[in-house]
Design a protein around this ligand. Structure first.
Ligand code: C2E
Ligand code: CA
Ligand code: CA
Length: 449
């Protein structure tokens, strides 16, 4: 398969130097092209710019959708660059996921504008083998200025500028010669490592949920919350590190589908064991931005005979107040299909309390930061009382998160909170252990009030 014949724009390139996947000039042909253009620019006294374009995290596409998928992504990248600049410049393929755009006549300002346009056209997701792949690019720009510089060194400057763009985290461009800011270097590297680990973990079924009980004040069990656990090569990546990377790279959709399905299966297993327990699953904003969210939820529920009210989705307060239409449609659709919604980490957002009246949640989870300082902090006590009262007024069940001590448990009971969750009762544990833990409580947990 190759891109349309218009892609390989230079008819003078010998067939041996045409890349057979894309139909573009290959690396060697690109070098010759740069030599010619440098000669031409110098003799006519006109500017010349090189843009070195490199797909971010390309290797992870190969991991997740295989080499055929990788080829598709390369083709699509070539097609988009070509379409954006059909009548201008030459495009060549330098390596697996690297391209060179040679722009005669381009100044510093124009090449920056071109790079910005390219970043934008790349943002559109690419459907590959049933997955929606989002890939950004990093672009390095070099402008011809030194009359004695060799074409090879000119190219090298574009390559180095591209490396700077990568170190800034990708999805950006850098110009050769500009001050090189290296902040974010370790972050980008760490993110790449996490992304690769997460991909392998998903492919090897090393991601799953652990469950933490939510205990009612009367000592009965209300629900278990599924919390993501990922261990691969002896390394455990905490969800706090994993989720942001998954969101940034688009992996959150596969991850969300995994956690949703596992949560639903667990709810079915609990029901089959005679336990009427809800299972809560955390949902991130990136999931709610997807058109597929509702169809996936319906499909996951349809695969089992679980009554939807046994599934609870935990969303932070800012998601409920999100102005994106798709987020609101997904939230309303989830309510329509009968699943319960909970407001997670309540009190940490900046929403006005008045807006809460319109939130279709049945549960309010008070953030751990308020509970940590109980019972001594009188101001926190007053806030927890007020939030509990408000939750009740709005007909919601109020849960306190992160309960670690008997004193906190007593205090929250006195305030009138409905249920508690925290290490004081149990840490998150694998599903088999949850069954044992539930059996050991014989249906009654000691809440100390
Ligand atoms: P969260 O939803 O607020 O989950 C509660 C976090 O507090 C969990 O951390 C839990 O292990 C921890 N925790 C519970 N009780 C106590 C306690 O008594 N003391 C202390 N110190 N910690 C307690 P974890 O598992 O590390 O998860 C962190 C966050 O990552 C979660 O906060 C949630 O926002 C996110 N997360 C976890 N799993 C998923 C998931 O499957 N999908 C999404 N989108 N986010 C997830
Ligand atoms: Ca949660
Ligand atoms: Ca929480």
């Amino acid at each position: 398969m190759s891109v349309d014949p218009g892609v390989g724009s230079d008819q003078s390139v010998p067939a041996a130097h045409i890349d057979c996947l894309t139909g573009l000039p290959d690396r060697q042909a690109a070098l010759r092209l740069v030599q010619e253009q440098v000669r031409h620019a110098r003799s006519h006294g006109v500017p010349l710019a090189l843009l070195w374009i490199d797909v971010d995290r390309f290797e992870t596409v190969n991991y997740s959708v295989g080499h055929a998928g990788g080829d598709q992504l390369v083709l699509e990248t070539a097609r988009r660059v070509r379409n954006a600049f059909r009548d201008w410049g030459d495009l060549a393929r330098l390596g697996a996921d690297e391209f060179l755009l040679v722009l005669p006549g381009a100044t510093r300002a124009t090449s920056a504008q071109v790079a910005q346009n390219l970043l934008e056209v790349m943002l559109e997701p690419v459907p590959i083998e049933g997955f929606t792949v989002r890939r950004t690019v990093s672009i390095g720009i070099a402008l011809l200025n030194d009359p004695n510089e060799s074409p090879g060194d000119f190219l090298l400057r574009a390559d180095k500028a591209k490396a700077v763009a990568k170190r800034r985290g990708g999805n950006t461009y850098a110009q050769s010669g500009e001050p090189q800011i290296d902040e974010g270097f370790s972050l980008a590297r760490e993110e790449l490592e996490i992304e690769a680990l997460l991909l392998r973990a998903m492919n090897h079924r090393c991601v799953g949920l652990h469950y933490q009980p939510i205990v009612r004040i009367d000592g009965s069990l209300d629900a278990v919350e599924g919390l993501l656990r990922c261990t691969i090569d002896g390394k455990t990546i905490p969800p706090g590190q994993l989720i942001p990377v998954a969101e940034k790279t688009g992996l959150i959709h596969r991850l969300g589908a995994i956690t949703m399905m596992e949560g639903i299966r667990t709810a079915c297993r609990l029901r089959a064991a005679g336990l009427e327990l809800k299972v809560a699953v955390n949902v991130s904003r990136a999931q709610l931005l997807e058109e597929d969210f509702l169809p996936d939820l319906h499909a996951a529920l349809a695969c089992t005979d679980l009554s939807p009210q046994f599934l609870e989705l935990e969303l932070t307060e800012s998601m409920f107040l999100d102005t994106a239409a798709i987020v609101q449609r997904n939230i309303a659709g989830a309510v329509d299909c009968g699943v319960r919604l909970a407001i997670d980490d309540f009190g940490t957002g900046y929403s006005s309390l008045a807006t809460l009246k319109d939130v279709p949640a049945t549960k309010l989870k008070l953030d751990k930061s308020f509970i940590d300082v109980l019972p001594d902090d009188e101001k926190a006590l007053a806030v927890v009382k007020a939030m509990t009262g408000l939750g009740h007024e709005l007909g919601m069940t109020v849960v306190a998160e992160g309960v670690e001590t008997e004193a906190q448990s007593r205090c929250l009971g006195e305030i009138g909170v409905d249920a508690l969750q925290g290490y004081f009762f149990a840490r998150p544990m694998p599903i088999e252990e949850i069954f044992k833990w539930v059996a050991s409580t014989r249906g009654q947990i000691h809440v100390y009030i």
